[in-house]
Write a protein that binds this ligand. Structure first.
Ligand SMILES: *Cc1c(COP(=O)(O)O)cnc(C)c1O
Length: 475
């Protein structure tokens, strides 16, 4: 590589790490910055400048290498390193249970309980009535049985863990019959055939993609069949010429051959959404009532609690699952248990307490409420009074997300923004990089924010973000 004289001059201007370390001593900004962070920031800034100098495509000038400019760059880098990586964001996507954006928000009392348990000792594994060692699973077992109607219950880290643990316990080295139409893949690499393989269960596919009949299951039963598995096709729907076998029929078939039946509900809800003008999603109670031996579902999808995998079902199988040593690796932690217990308690009286669980509240938010917030945000943005900003109110659809109710589109109201001189893509990027990131969507060259998932107290933050963006863009 040929280095020009100019490049050589610039390279020589770059200060050494020790020199900069001396320099920062005079600046109080760095007083409480850990040495490791400081050294890393200095090295990365100097290294970046070196790369820019050597890159013939990029022009850099001497003033940009002044001590004060370099110090500013180091401060910026230190600031970035010192802010947490996991931060709150504003979900303006309208997807209520957004897997990339933290899925469910917890109920207020779940958060309160979690805070108490986090900062204090607790009876996590201590039976207060006996004064002896207890089990952490007993904390939510009774309430899960009460709500679902099941004999026994058990909780683990997440539903993928619940499915894996159940398969490993029941079907290791044996065959599991599943319909071809139910070999689900959900995001983040969870695929039924893969989980099955890892659990040691041997997958026996039956039927076709669109149609599976009871006789397909029956014909596939062999001496080493350990389980009939039904998987809720939570994130897609097969429509048209279709047939699947009801859980009730599978339970009858299982009883005939003495083979247990498991249903992975995925999202899992205790609420019949069709009562609220939404589409019907199978409920946990219905699966239990139909006689499934094991039902698995998530804690943080439509249930609206913390990340957890819930297993309810017949006593004999749940007891085996509880004794599986792998359990320990999938163990639910105390903070999750604290939040889960508080969330579950609302389900005793859920018709009156829908609004306490944010996921349920947002799913069933009255249109008037959304519209009123959309109008407020519209006015706030209009009142910025910047001629480059054109704001509109639009009719859009929100989605439940979380791999549930894939066909459901819930009418909602959005605010669309166009900024003269800034493309919709650039607006989206700036909002995404805002101090409190705002995640929206782009449709037809418009940046759109769905008011269903924007919380009431977040409107001001959005106004501030747009003011900041316009100011940055100059006038
Ligand atoms: C979401 C889902 C899972 C995995 O649940 P996690 O709680 O994300 O681990 C498993 N099965 C189905 C059908 C799902 O929809």
């Amino acid at each position: 590589m040929n280095i020009t004289e100019n490049q050589q001059t610039l390279l020589r201007m770059l200060p050494g790490v020790d020199h900069i370390l001396e320099m920062v001593k005079a600046d109080t900004f760095f007083d409480n910055v850990p040495k490791s962070v400081l050294v890393r920031s200095i090295r990365s800034v100097v290294e970046n400048l070196r790369i820019i100098i050597l890159d013939n495509q990029q022009n850099i000038t001497e003033p940009e290498l002044s001590n004060s400019e370099i110090l500013n760059k180091i401060k910026e880098s230190v600031r970035k390193t010192m802010t947490p990586n996991l931060i709150r964001i504003i979900n303006a996507t309208g997807v209520v249970v957004h897997t990339n954006l933290g899925r469910s928000l917890l109920a207020d009392d779940a958060i309160e309980n979690l805070l108490t348990i986090a900062g204090r000792y607790s009876n996590l594994e201590f039976d207060l009535s006996k004064g002896a060692r207890g089990s952490r699973y007993s904390i939510v077992e009774d309430i899960l049985c009460e709500i679902s109607g099941a004999e026994s219950a058990m909780v683990v880290n997440n539903n993928a863990g619940a499915v894996f643990l159940s398969l490993e316990t029941i079907a290791k080295g044996k065959k599991v019959i599943v319909s071809r139409g139910e070999l689900v893949e959900i995001g983040g690499s969870f695929r039924i055939p893969d989980v099955m393989a890892k659990s040691g269960g041997i997958l026996k596919e039956v039927g076709t993609t669109n149609r599976t009949h009871l006789k397909d299951y029956e014909n596939a039963i062999e001496h080493d069949t350990a389980l009939l598995l039904k998987v809720h096709t939570s994130n897609y729907s097969i429509v048209g010429f279709t047939a699947d076998v009801s859980l009730e029929s599978l339970v009858d078939l299982g009883a005939k051959y003495k083979i247990p039946v498991m249903e992975d509900l995925g999202s899992g809800t205790f609420v019949d959404f069709s009562k609220y003008g939404l589409l019907k999603e199978p409920t946990v109670q219905e699966s239990v009532k139909a006689g499934a031996d094991i039902v698995t579902f998530s804690g943080d999808k439509l249930l609206g609690g913390p990340q957890a995998g819930i297993i309810v079902g017949k006593n004999n199988i749940i007891e085996k699952i509880k004794k599986n040593p792998i359990n320990r690796a999938l163990r639910i932690d105390k903070l999750t248990l604290a939040a889960l217990e508080s969330t579950l308690r609302h389900y005793r009286n859920i018709e009156k307490e829908m609004d306490a669980i944010p996921t349920l509240r947002l799913m069933t938010l009255p249109f008037d409420h959304i519209e009123s917030n959309a109008k407020t945000l519209f006015e706030m943005l209009e009142n910025i009074g910047d001629p480059r900003l054109s704001v509109s109110l639009i009719d859009i659809f929100s989605r439940p997300g979380g791999g549930s109710l894939p066909l459901l589109k819930i009418p909602s109201k959005g605010v669309g923004v166009k900024v003269q001189g800034i493309s919709a893509n650039a607006v989206e990027k700036q909002m995404r990089n805002n101090e409190c990131p705002i995640i929206g969507r782009i449709e037809e060259d418009l940046f759109i924010m769905d008011l269903r998932t924007i919380l009431d107290d977040e409107l001001q933050l959005i106004e501030n973000a747009f003011k900041h963006m316009l100011k940055k863009a100059g006038s």
